[in-house]
Design a protein around this ligand. Structure first.
Ligand code: HMG
Length: 440
């Protein structure tokens, strides 16, 4: 029996991202699509995009991020009372990603598990929900794990293709009065509107988007939420030290800042704009330049990017965060960064990825796309027939093998030691992964 203990502070106690091992440079994509590379570099602000290996998916990325977080923060899995996955890359119409992840990272059966879907807003909705659970006292000292996980996929050769990315960000939420970020409770600046700016019909693996319209929807939602925030007495841009935005592509941050400054002071001179952009916005944008859009995790990757970039210099600082999910639902909220960078130094996953990634060319990128489609079609599982097995990331603790008898089959990856997979613990060879869990 848990004893209720209401609390006035809720903390994101830890953060850990899993970002794919492979990346494609935009200069190479530009050759493939016949585009001026400057459009990608200056127009969109990106240099490369993370490409997920076909034998990984939103489930394996979420498990990787969750395991890294539990390990690096020394969390007892039994203390986790809720696991909520924010995703728009679900692998099943009924079964949530959270159900697989719950087993893969070895959480207790006494844990609520579910997914939240609202395009890129899912993880923010999850954070809000677990915040209320903890503040109300229902959590009774237990922690919540929120994991944002997504693979951004657009049609080959479409304008959206250059904004693709993939990744997962896990956040531990609790009441320990210390950690990475303390979101302000009690203020709610949200906005919803039924718009068809970006969506993915159930029969498609790639998103449909009205690009320019989606940018307008994003900016309208930002203006609306910021106005609510200001009318409720929230701080303005001058009083906030940093601004973090959902980043469908890095240059969106400039458009977003422009919108806020316009709302705050009407016309803005270029010098002031550049200074605010450089000091308050850019530290959160760096990771997106090399990773791309990771959808529900994008805002939280921006947080990880800021923490890694600024280190001890951002401790105790005030930050404004804007979350946007197409369709649409948006939220502007504020928070205080924790007062010791020991809470995140070397643990966010952002540093690790920039030093251990492998560049691929357009042929490999195209092969990964083809193999991903094949592996996600009916009964694709064929043990011994894994064309991409040799390029599985060496750090993968789980791999996806395809469908067998209508079930997704996962196996331990080359990284070997797995916390727990059903009743099996172990290591498998790099080239011939053996399935685990109930596959028949
Ligand atoms: P596009 O048609 O490829 O590009 O669409 P463009 O013609 O608009 O050019 C983009 C920028 O590059 C422009 O700058 C051009 O001037 C510039 P801007 O006018 O914006 O300042 N440009 C150049 N610069 C230098 N040298 C050149 C050159 N050529 C052009 N040679 C778009 C771009 C982002 C719309 C497209 O990539 C797309 O559809 N992306 C996907 C949708 C998206 O990202 N929407 C953003 C808001 S919606 C959102 O955030 C939600 C989302 O994350 C999903 C979810 O919630 O789940 C997407």
């Amino acid at each position: 029996m848990n004893t209720s203990r209401a609390c006035s502070e809720v903390w994101v106690e830890g953060i850990s991202a899993y970002l794919p091992h492979h990346y494609l440079c935009h200069d190479d994509l530009a050759v493939r699509t016949g585009t001026d590379p400057e459009k990608y570099a200056r127009g969109l602000g990106c240099t490369s995009m993370a490409v997920l290996h076909p034998m990984q998916d939103s489930v394996t990325m979420a498990a990787e991020a969750g395991l890294s977080l539990l390990t690096s923060y020394g969390v007892d899995p039994a203390s986790v009372g809720q696991l909520i996955v924010g995703t728009e890359s679900g692998v099943d119409w009924a079964k949530p990603v959270a159900a697989y992840v719950h087993e893969m990272i070895g959480l207790s059966p006494r844990c609520r598990t579910y997914d939240v879907q609202h395009a890129c807003y899912g993880a923010s909705a999850a954070l809000s929900s677990v915040g209320a659970w903890i503040a109300s006292g229902m959590a009774a000292g237990r922690k919540a794990l929120v994991i944002a996980t997504d693979v951004a996929r657009y049609d080959d050769g479409s304008p959206g293709e250059a904004t693709q990315g993939a990744g997962a960000v896990a956040m531990l939420v609790g009441d320990s009065h210390t950690g990475v970020l303390r979101p302000d409770l009690g203020m709610e600046a949200v906005y919803s509107s039924q718009v068809m700016d970006f969506w993915r019909p159930g029969h498609r693996s790639t998103a449909v988007v009205k690009g320019k319209y989606s940018i307008n929807c994003y900016l309208a939602a930002l203006a609306q939420t910021y106005q609510v925030h200001r009318e409720a007495g929230g701080e303005g841009i001058d009083e906030l030290d940093y601004l973090l935005f959902h980043l469908p592509f890095p240059r969106m941050s400039e458009k977003a800042l422009g919108k806020l400054m316009e709302a705050e002071c009407g016309q803005v001179d270029e010098e002031t704009f550049s200074k605010v952009l450089r000091e308050k916005v850019n530290p959160g944008v760096e990771a997106a330049r090399i990773v791309g859009n990771i959808y529900s995790g994008s805002l939280y990757l921006a947080l990880a990017s800021l923490l890694e970039n600024r280190g001890a210099r951002c401790t105790g600082r005030r930050v404004g965060l804007f979350s946007y999910g197409s369709g649409c639902c948006a939220e502007f909220f504020t928070a205080t960064i924790g007062d010791s960078n020991e809470c995140w130094k070397g643990r966010t996953g952002v540093e690790r990825t920039s030093t251990s990634s492998t560049r691929i060319g357009v042929e490999t990128y195209a092969a990964f796309r083809r193999e991903t489609s094949r592996l996600n079609s009916d009964d694709s599982f064929k043990l011994g027939h894994m064309p991409c097995a040799d390029s599985v990331p060496p750090d993968a603790r789980y791999v996806y093998l395809g469908y067998r008898n209508q079930k997704r089959v996962y196996a331990p990856g080359p990284a070997g030691r797995i916390a727990r997979v059903g009743s099996q613990v172990g290591r498998v060879s790099r080239s011939v992964p053996q399935p685990v869990g109930p596959t028949t």
